[in-house]
Design a protein around this ligand. Structure first.
Ligand code: KIV
Ligand code: ZN
Length: 560
């Protein structure tokens, strides 16, 4: 890399638009979506899709709700041509879906493209040629006039052929390829030349697709280019302005969103952003970004994991772990403070949602409810040495139904954290559960209860218990009385001079339902030195769960 004075690169030219309006605009509706997965996405694959895979992908796009789908470049290869023919001949295109085909402005390619469409109900023919100074000079070595002539001549041939396939309603799209680094006034001039040939109307609009074939500049410049174009285009109402961003600078999504603010009507892109180099625009992200602003995107991603599975299988690409909405880790919090906040948000949400299923989604760190896109809550909180008390409590509650009392959270969290630190890795829910059992549940040393006999004294209702216990391995029988089994057992320990604590907290809840219900009890005791100790008891008998919790707390106070 050069250092200091960088002579190899220069800033991208600004667009003169001092009264730009897009910064004050807001998005209120979803654009028209057009998938280019099967063309732009497919042509960027190391191993392009087979016809069978393309058919599966096409069905997926239809199921998501795309109404405009670019199915290929029929003049480019036999596979592309056969695929379109199969869609048409096997009647696979729903009535409300329009297939789109791409073609360069060259005579034999245009003729072949029209042949591929015979028998279709409706189609968009998408003509393109490259217009930027770089392409004009280096790739084509042609003047502005000559480049414009390529577009206009291509448009003329298409106009002639448009009515050559009876029964097919043809709509027309033109792309000044490399629009992003074409002079805006020249791009406009070429588009006007094409419009003059195609004579669009308000009822039968032309699609003018303005591609950021290569992303050269910041998204605000893209927005300026789009607003400038929309403002200067005569007969604006006869055109659908379409965006088609790539992601060379990593801002294809931002550029599209700002381009929509700047007045565009339509968006071309692919699922998960597959496409040349750093990819096309990821439509999933833009659509779900709209959704999280309260706008119905008109595309259904409620089973995003299944969509991703088909995508990964047929494209042989992988969605990265931190890819927005669809990556494995995007709903996962490892950090303790994030976990605490999420847990609080989710708890509050549970109560609010019970009262009002339409309640606004408000959970810290989660801009979308993972369940809306078919992802469950299990992966939200994962535990490593950076995790905190709330995360561990969340896992025990959601995965094992153990609703630990709040004062226990920091202590149990520390036990799990230390184990994760020692192992230098993430701990899975079953390992967290095991640690909890091992450290807190039904502990049997040094004190163990072997059997308990309980009687109620009438009319007081007091409980009298006789229990066989062992302490440090030596057995004895103990007796005690109290207003419940726990206080009776505490009395029994007292009579044996074993009570050196006060009981400060007792809670219980059931786990599961029906015949499989068990009870969990939690007890916290305090010793004379002020230290507190927690224990948990789990048993199918609620009273025994309580006694086991007490014994566990007692044993922890001895063992620490
Ligand atoms: O990126 C691009 O410019 C294209 C055109 C063919 C529309 O894919
Ligand atoms: Zn492209």
């Amino acid at each position: 890399m050069q250092k200091g004075n960088i002579s190899k690169y220069k800033p991208f030219q600004q667009i003169h638009l001092p009264d730009r309006e897009w910064p004050n605009a807001t998005l209120e509706t979803a654009p028209i979506w057009a998938s280019v997965d099967l063309r732009d996405g497919n042509q960027a694959l190391a191993v392009p899709m087979t016809v069978e895979e393309k058919i599966e992908y096409f069905d997926l796009l239809v199921a998501i709700g795309f109404k405009e789908i670019e199915v290929g470049f029929p003049s480019a290869s036999d596979t592309e041509f056969r695929f379109i023919r199969r869609l048409i001949e096997e009647n696979r295109i729903p009535d409300d879906v329009t297939v789109q085909v791409l073609v360069q402005a060259r005579e034999h390619l245009i003729r072949r493209t029209f042949e591929s469409l015979e028998g279709s109900r409706q189609a968009i023919v998408h003509l393109y040629n490259s217009t930027s100074p770089l392409q004009r000079r280096i790739t084509f070595n042609k003047s502005k006039e000559a480049i414009k002539a390529i577009a206009v001549e291509g448009a003329q041939l298409i106009r002639e052929l448009k009515d050559s396939i009876p029964g097919t309603h043809i709509r027309l799209e033109y792309s000044p390829e490399s629009f992003s680094d074409t002079e805006v006034d020249y791009a406009l001039d070429v588009c006007r030349g094409v419009m003059e040939v195609w004579q669009p109307t308000v009822e039968n609009k032309i699609i003018l697709n303005l591609p950021a074939t290569v992303e050269w500049a910041t998204p605000n410049i893209h927005a300026d280019q789009i607003e400038w174009f929309c403002r200067n285009l005569p007969d604006r109402e006869k055109a659908i302005i379409s965006l088609h961003t790539h992601n060379d600078r990593g801002t294809g999504i931002a550029a599209t969103e700002l381009g929509l603010l700047a007045g565009a009507d339509r968006v071309e892109g692919t699922l998960f952003g597959n496409g040349e180099r750093t990819g096309n625009l990821d439509i999933v992200t833009v659509a779900l970004n709209l959704y999280t602003q309260g706008i119905d995107p008109g595309l259904d991603f409620s089973n995003l994991e299944d969509i991703r599975a088909v995508y990964e299988r047929v494209t042989r690409m992988q969605v990265p772990e931190r890819h927005p909405y669809s990556g494995d880790l995007v709903f996962t919090a490892f950090s303790g403070s994030h976990q605490d906040a999420i847990k609080k948000g989710m708890d509050l949400r549970k109560d609010k949602h019970a009262e009002d299923p339409q309640a606004l989604w408000q959970v810290p760190y989660l801009p979308i409810d993972p369940q809306d896109i078919g992802r469950d809550y299990q992966a939200i909180i994962r535990i490593n040495s950076q995790s905190g008390k709330g995360g561990v409590a969340y896992i025990l509650a959601t995965e094992y139904g153990l609703d630990l009392p709040k004062p226990m959270h920091p202590e149990v969290g520390q036990v799990v954290n230390d184990a994760a630190d020692a192992a230098s890795r993430e701990l899975k829910p079953n390992e967290i559960h095991e640690l909890f059992q091992q450290h807190y549940v039904n502990l049997e040393a040094p004190l163990q209860i072997h059997s308990v006999d309980r009687q109620e004294t009438r009319p007081s209702g007091d409980v009298h218990i006789i229990a066989d216990i062992s302490l440090d391995g030596s057995k004895r029988r103990v007796e005690g009385q109290g207003n419940g089994p726990i206080s009776a057992f505490v009395d029994a320990l007292n009579q044996q001079k074993l009570k050196d604590f006060t009981l400060i907290d007792y809670r219980q809840h059931s786990i599961g339902s029906g015949s499989k219900t068990t009870a969990a009890a939690y007890i916290r005791i305090k010793l004379a030195d002020g230290s507190t100790h927690n224990g948990c008891g789990i048993d199918s008998n609620i009273e025994l769960a309580g006694l086991k919790a007490l014994v566990s707390a007692f044993n922890r106070s001895r063992n620490l």
